[in-house]
Unconditional design. Structure first.
Ligand code: GDP
Ligand code: GDP
Length: 437
């Protein structure tokens, strides 16, 4: 599990500026989960071989009565999920009463806290930081988030206690042990039930011994002689009785599982229909580029009318994920659960397929002949060559001229054409355009 850094502080101190600095690398995935998290934003960052997750907590308003509630509602939740807290204050605004109350809250929390004095650009650092010692949080760390000043140095020190990852650990999706399946979805849709089904009853017992509180858990298993690895977020442990507390839904854990799997099986609940949380999670799966299989669960005993309603809703609201296979299952009764495997296999095969430059370039030229890109500044946009730039998700790099001016509609045309001809199913395809002029 990667270290999780929470950014806290009152509004305007520079949290989102720092968040953007930390998550702007090419691989960074910024997930905005308004419906899921009440203003918390999650992103991935990386320093050398140390990936980390950042949570931006929005802001704590200066309202004295409201502050406890605000802390409880957002920041405490984020702090709870975090290993490290960066408490930001504003060198230009100076020390405020709100900073004092936040510091009091942080002091009683046992998480490692760093007092970060932002906006020191153009100021003398020791003078700018001096007054914040009064907060009683120890050493101050001056930075200028908008200039990137001292940011890398700070994160380097903050992450010092955490080990560097090996290349394999950096890229869990390249796991050779088998297809990595992540079963994801909001609470109560039936993830644990499905996971138990997928593994078969025998495996559950084995699993009772394992399980830390927060790590996404990996379970290698075999089906019909083929190896798989299940990346579980649901808490596979069987709930023994009603008094047992259901494992808390952890967004960090869910994001981690999505990032580290090859194929995400996203579980939806036919009884409740689609809700905002479903769409946000799905959006994250898509942004992360993971292959996807959709499983509409609790299909058992549903009236024909309810089934029709769910189908229509999916068609209307999940159009953006229409490349994914859709299954209607009952995890409880095991109905259609086995059908997920061919879809998982196919999505994985598509996500990891390799195509020669020759094939892709021919395909590109055919597509261009069929349908020319438009003229820009009285010159026609030229697309000459295509090669593969990556997999899981597949990345197609297209070289040409004036590709910056390529209209969205034409990009969609290319995506659809490549998808159809290469028979890509169950995974997003990404296009990158490079221009010679
Ligand atoms: P948040 O509300 O805590 O997320 O704060 P923002 O990141 O939105 O920043 C608030 C304002 O402070 C914006 O206008 C930023 O451009 C500015 N700001 C952020 N970091 C710096 C900095 O290092 N130096 C200066 N001078 N301004 C900054
Ligand atoms: P999780 O929180 O996503 O892991 O959901 P659980 O697997 O714990 O399931 C939540 C509830 O839905 C439990 O009461 C399950 O028995 C029930 N459930 C799960 N799958 C099905 C299904 O296919 N049909 C019906 N009718 N109920 C189900």
């Amino acid at each position: 599990m990667n270290p999780v850094i929470a950014l806290v502080g009152r509004p305007n101190v520079g949290k989102s500026t720092l968040f953007n600095q930390l998550t702007r690398s090419r691989d960074a995935i910024v997930a905005d989960f308004p419906g899921l998290t009440r203003d918390r934003q999650y992103g991935n960052g990386q320093l050398g071989n140390k990936p980390f997750t950042v949570i931006d907590t929005g802001g704590i308003t200066g309202d004295e009565q409201g502050i406890d509630a605000a802390m409880a509602e957002q920041s405490l939740l984020a702090i709870d999920e975090a290993d490290i807290v960066l408490f930001l204050v504003d060198a230009r605004a100076g020390l405020t009463p709100t900073d004092m109350s936040i510091a009091n809250h942080l002091r009683i929390n046992r998480k490692k806290t760093w007092l970060v004095v932002n906006k020191v650009d153009g100021l003398q650092e020791d003078i700018a930081t001096a007054e914040f010692h009064e907060l009683g949080l120890g050493e101050t760390w001056p930075i200028a988030a908008s200039h990137g000043r001292n940011v890398t140095q700070l994160i380097d020190i903050v992450l010092a206690p955490f080990p560097e990852l090996s290349e394999e650990e950096m890229h869990p999706e390249l796991d050779q042990r088998g297809i990595r399946i992540g079963v994801v979805g909001r609470p109560n849709v039936g993830k644990s039930t499905l996971v138990n089904r997928l593994l078969g009853e025998d495996r559950v017992v084995v699993f009772d011994k394992a399980g830390t509180t927060r790590d996404a858990i990996e379970i290698p298993f075999e089906r019909r002689g083929k190896p798989y690895v299940l990346v579980d977020t649901a808490g596979i442990r069987r709930r023994k009785n009603v008094t047992e507390i259901a494992e808390k839904f952890s967004i960090v854990k869910t994001l981690e599982a999505i990032k580290s799997c090859n194929v995400a099986v996203m579980v939806l609940d036919a009884r409740t229909g689609l809700v905002e949380q479903d769409l946000h999670l799905l959006d994250y799966v898509l942004t992360s580029g993971r292959a996807l299989v959709l499983a509409v669960n609790k299909w058992d005993g549903l009236e024909a009318e309810a089934k029709e309603k769910m189908r229509a809703e999916i068609k209307r609201r999940l159009g953006f994920a229409d490349y994914a296979d859709l299954h209607f299952i009952s995890a409880l009764h095991g109905t259609a659960v086995g059908d997920l495997y061919p879809s998982i296999e196919r999505a994985y095969a598509s996500a990891t397929a390799r195509w020669s430059t020759n094939r892709l370039t021919t395909l590109l030229q055919d597509a261009v002949r069929e349908h020319q890109p438009p003229m820009v500044n009285s010159r026609r946009i030229k697309l000459r060559m295509a090669h593969q730039g990556g997999s899981n998700p597949p990345i197609i790099v297209v070289h040409g001229n004036q590709t910056n001016s390529l209209p969205e509609a034409y990009k969609r045309y290319l995506t659809n054409t490549f998808r159809k001809v290469l028979k890509v199913k169950g995974t997003p395809i990404r296009f990158e355009f490079r221009s010679g002029s």
